[in-house]
Design a protein. Structure first.
Length: 112
């Protein structure tokens, strides 16, 4: 028996752990693939970017939201059905939120 799933071997000769691991990994890839192809990622990028600009003063929360907006925007650029204007707006607002939050943190930390 083998410890890894090998498609050249019949299923009966593979160990149950290898079959379970291969099935678990393929379902995780499928879930990630379906999320990464969602056209609503552009809208999520705009939402997270706008929240990061509004919440820049909240000691790092705006920076985290901005980073999430940038990640969603980058993923949305790979989706053919995503609105390009929303993607660009989400990337820009995410970057502004990260920069504003970083400047605020740099100014506020010495006073803590």
């Amino acid at each position: 028996m083998t410890d890894i799933a090998d498609s050249s071997l019949p299923r009966e000769t593979q160990s149950p752990a290898a079959i379970y691991t291969a099935a678990k990994m393929s379902s995780a890839r499928a879930a990630l693939s379906s999320v990464a192809r969602d056209p609503r990622l552009a809208d999520a990028s705009v939402l997270l970017g706008a929240l990061s600009v509004v919440a820049f003063w909240s000691f790092g929360f705006g920076v985290l939201l901005g980073i999430a907006a940038l990640v969603a925007g980058v993923l949305a650029t790979r989706v053919p059905d995503a609105d390009r204007a929303d993607t660009v707006i989400g990337l820009l607002t995410g970057a502004v939120g990260v920069i504003a939050g970083g400047v605020f943190l740099a100014a506020a930390v010495p006073w803590l």
